[in-house]
Design a binder for this molecule. Structure first.
Ligand SMILES: Nc1nc2c(c(=O)[nH]1)N[C@H]1C(S)=C(S)[C@@H](COP(=O)(O)OP(=O)(O)OC[C@H]3O[C@@H](n4cnc5c(=O)[nH]c(N)nc54)[C@H](O)[C@@H]3O)O[C@H]1N2
Ligand SMILES: Nc1nc2c(c(=O)[nH]1)N[C@H]1C(S)=C(S)[C@@H](COP(=O)(O)OP(=O)(O)OC[C@H]3O[C@@H](n4cnc5c(=O)[nH]c(N)nc54)[C@H](O)[C@@H]3O)O[C@H]1N2
Ligand code: SF4
Ligand SMILES: [Mo]
Length: 741
């Protein structure tokens, strides 16, 4: 058995930093981490680790990782106890709700919420307790288009299929760079190794990206594409399948609706037309469509570069449509649905309520709600614009929207006008320096871990649980969120959050016994809860979910505790039709919002962009905005540079040593060092996001020495993917000139 929390020895745990969920072996001696390596016995990652995984020690020991709450904004906040901090929240939040109503309190949820248990379980009750419509998150600068397309096609925003990369013969990848990102909406530790294995078994990898990325270099074929035009490429691929009579539905046969309408809608989208928009030759498009149809096992996968664009949801829909028409939906090596151990066990019956957006609208620009959220691009205006329902207070949890959302400058100004800002975050950064109350959380080694988000997106069905490695006397994040929820409900600041735990665990168990397909169907919830006795907090909730889940007859939390390297639950299995929750019980190929969007594209597709466009990029040693305070990751050459094709650099007079460019968009401008590289196609420039660590009130000793510039000073809060409310972060029109010294 591995050591208990706080003991010396080798601890095993899942890395919480990115979606790859690698297993780590962490050696502790004398109460300190001495070594972190990949866990070779991990059932999923088999020893793989990236440079970030080893820095959990650095995060744990980072003197800037806050240990106590901070009260007050700007450069000199005051340290306080947690009790004091919660009392301050109570004192200041209540009057705002009383005077201005519940919508006056907005919430912003950042990315790490999907990487920790607290975010997965306790955020929802907190939002419910606040009772506000003003909910914003990083989803609308990220994957919301994928939720919308899944909602429309399959009936639920969470019914997201993943590419079965371990068994495919042909992987067509658009707008993703897993050699840097380690993969997203496709949890696959050692993504690079899996791509190499694909090629080693005779399979092919095609990468479609405006940049010849490291992933593209690994591919059989790299096709450079003009930013924002993937939708036309995908429509043309689907068009060819129809035109050449190569549509076959395979496993989806009998489970689709609207095929004639789809075929009709595709008629106009010829490869010749796509060639003009994308820059990829029509013959190449026809050939690619043929390969997808010929391959026994093939799949199309698109990510950030196809989501954070003008037609993000339509592009995401088209990605699945191509795979489906070529016969690869719900088939091994194609697009398949994972079955997470904690998910609701399925009774195999298709059909449900389906998915709708726009049940309510944002106050200022009238943006439709999507999954209960408004576009984060609309947050600043909700704070700035006076009137009934104006946002007066903001709670941020695990987010840094000043650096990660469009027109960060405007948002920054808006934050400084709030009556109250509360942040749950370990760092005082560009966003949280505006907080009146900053509530820190334990380090990644002081908490337990189970991937509530990513086992539902993984290329194999697996489950792993990690207990904390070190004990802490500071409250867990679940407790912090629980106490905030109780205050929002109107309970006193010192109310015991255990009541909320009971409610959550009870709710999970009730749901399990009420589900006919669950192994605990019909049993007594209270009695079952009794069996989890001894567990508290989120552990009890997870145990309840596991017992009611699809493997609940053989898998509970105790089983996971006894398996520190995880439990492999097998390859992905076909799930049609039970997975479908559309009203028809079919894959609804041509839902009205998609049809409308196609018509809109028809009128806009001929608009020709001229001038330069900006795209983003990621680096293996970076993680959005928040790991730049780790010395080991940021040392070396400057990574926050404007990449540009050497011929473009020359044409702009930016080819000299140490040249700097002034980059201007509709909303802002910045000056940045230039890095010529022929990896980029001409007319396209690239800047990473998550930099710009120069805020006065921040406490980021390392990051501030590698400040860089905030690329979201340039992204436009007015330009969104209409269906999902997602910001356009790739394909921003910019003007570039040499910056005089
Ligand atoms: N231009 C451009 N902008 C982008 C993108 C892009 O490609 N281009 N990508 C977008 C994407 S995909 C995303 S996901 C967003 C990310 O947007 P955000 O989530 O707003 O930003 P992060 O940089 O991930 O900030 C995470 C915050 O959580 C804190 N944190 C870390 N761990 C924990 C924890 O366990 N608990 C709590 N409470 N806090 C924690 C960190 O200190 C940091 O403040 O950025 C988006 N912005
Ligand atoms: N090291 C590291 N890993 C990370 C993160 C990180 O910041 N650093 N962030 C994590 C998060 S939150 C996420 S969401 C994932 C994202 O994971 P990925 O989706 O793999 O994200 P990127 O690496 O940004 O790759 C996006 C690619 O899209 C390309 N692109 C831009 N515009 C277009 C376009 O219009 N069409 C096409 N076809 N391509 C385009 C870019 O050149 C880039 O290569 O990564 C996660 N993992
Ligand atoms: S790939 Fe992701 S999960 Fe794996 S070690 Fe690196 S940061 Fe952690
Ligand atoms: Mo993301």
């Amino acid at each position: 058995m591995p050591p208990r929390p706080g003991e010396d020895g080798t601890h095993f745990r899942t890395c919480p930093l990115c979606e790859a969920t690698c297993g780590l072996a962490i050696e502790v001696e004398g109460g300190r981490v001495t070594r972190i390596r990949g866990d070779e016995d991990d059932v999923f990652s088999r020893g793989y680790v990236c440079p970030k995984g080893a820095t959990l020690k650095d995060l744990h020991e980072d003197p800037d990782w806050l240990k106590a709450p901070l009260l007050g904004r700007g450069a000199s906040p005051r340290e306080a106890s947690f009790d004091e901090a919660f009392a301050e929240v109570e004192r200041r939040l209540r009057p705002i709700i009383e005077e201005h109503g519940r919508d006056a309190v907005a919430v912003y949820l950042g990315n790490p919420n999907v990487h920790n248990i607290a975010g997965g379980i306790y955020v929802r009750p907190l939002i419910k307790a606040l009772g506000t419509k003003n909910v914003f998150s990083a989803s609308t600068v990220d994957q919301m288009p994928r939720h919308v397309s899944s909602g429309l096609l399959y009936g639920g925003p969470g019914i997201i299929p993943v590419p079965d990369i371990d068994r495919t013969d042909l992987l067509v990848m658009l707008g993703a760079n897993p050699l840097e990102s380690n993969g997203s909406l496709c949890t696959a530790p050692d993504f690079p190794g899996r791509l190499k294995a694909l090629r080693a078994r005779g399979g092919r990898l095609v990468v479609i990206d405006p940049k010849r990325t490291r992933t593209a270099e690994l591919a059989d074929v790299h096709l450079a594409i003009r930013p924002g035009t993937d939708v036309q490429l995908l429509l043309a691929l689907a068009h060819v399948l129809v035109e050449e009579g190569r549509v076959r539905l395979g496993a989806a046969e009998g489970h689709v609706e609207g095929l004639p309408d789809l075929e009709r809608a595709l008629a106009a989208w010829t490869p010749e037309r796509a060639a003009e928009a994308t820059g990829i030759a029509a013959a190449t498009i026809r050939e690619l469509a043929g390969s997808l149809a010929d391959a026994e096992r093939a799949v199309v996968y698109g990510r950030i570069g196809t989501n954070t664009v003008r037609y993000g949801a339509l592009t995401s829909w088209a990605t699945d449509i191509v795979t489906l028409l070529a016969g690869h939906l719900d088939a091994p090596g194609g697009l398949m649905w994972p079955r997470a151990a904690h998910a609701r066990a399925s009774d195999g019956r298709a059909g449900g309520r389906g998915f709708a957006t726009g049940r309510w609208k944002s106050r200022v620009r009238g943006a439709p709600e999507v999954m209960g959220e408004f576009p984060v691009a609309a947050l600043a205006e909700e704070i700035e614009t006076p009137g009934e329902g104006q946002v007066k207070a903001l709670v941020t949890i695990a987010g840094n929207p000043v650096l990660s959302t469009p027109n960060g400058r405007r948002l920054e100004k808006a934050l400084s006008k709030l009556d109250l800002m509360i942040s749950v975050d370990p760092y005082r950064n560009e966003t949280t320096c505006h907080a009146d109350v900053l509530l820190p959380v334990p380090t990644p080694l002081e908490r337990s871990h189970y991937d509530l988000a990513f086992y539902g997106l993984a290329v194999r069905n697996v489950a792993r649980y990690s207990p904390p490695i070190f004990e802490t006397d500071r409250p867990q994040e679940s407790e912090v969120l629980g106490r905030l929820a109780l205050i929002a409900q109107g309970q006193p600041a010192d109310a015991d959050p255990a009541a909320l735990d009971d409610m959550m665990a009870g709710g999970a168990m009730q749901a399990a016994v009420a589900n006919e397909a669950s192994p605990v169907a019909g049993r007594d919830a209270a009695e079952l809860l009794g069996e989890t006795a001894g567990r508290a907090g989120p552990e009890r909730v997870i145990d309840a979910m596991l017992r009611g889940g699809p493997y609940g007859d053989r898998l509970d939390l105790a089983a996971l505790e006894a398996a520190p390297h995880g439990i492999d639950l097998g390859a992905l299995e076909p799930q049609l039709p039970g997975v479908l929750k559309t009203p028809s019980g079919k894959v609804e190929l041509m839902p009205p919002p998609i049809l409308e969007e196609l018509e809109r594209l028809e009128t806009e597709a001929s608009e020709k962009a001229s001038g330069y466009v900006l795209i983003g990029r990621r680096h293996l040693r970076s993680n959005n905005s928040w790991m730049h305070n780790v010395e080991r990751l940021v040392r070396g050459r400057d990574r926050c540079t404007l990449q540009i094709h050497p011929d473009d650099a020359k044409a702009l007079g930016l080819d000299g040593e140490g040249a700097k460019a002034r980059v201007r968009s509709r909303v802002g401008e910045l000056v940045v060092a230039v890095e010529p590289t022929d990896a980029l196609m001409r007319g396209v420039v690239s800047l990473p996001h998550g930099f710009g660590h120069d805020a006065e009130g921040a406490r980021l000793r390392v990051a501030s020495r590698h400040a860089g510039v905030n690329s979201n000073v340039l992204t436009d809060e007015e330009v969104l993917d209409r269906l999902s409310g997602t910001a356009v972060l790739n394909g921003i029109p910019v003007e570039i000139e040499a910056a005089s010294a």
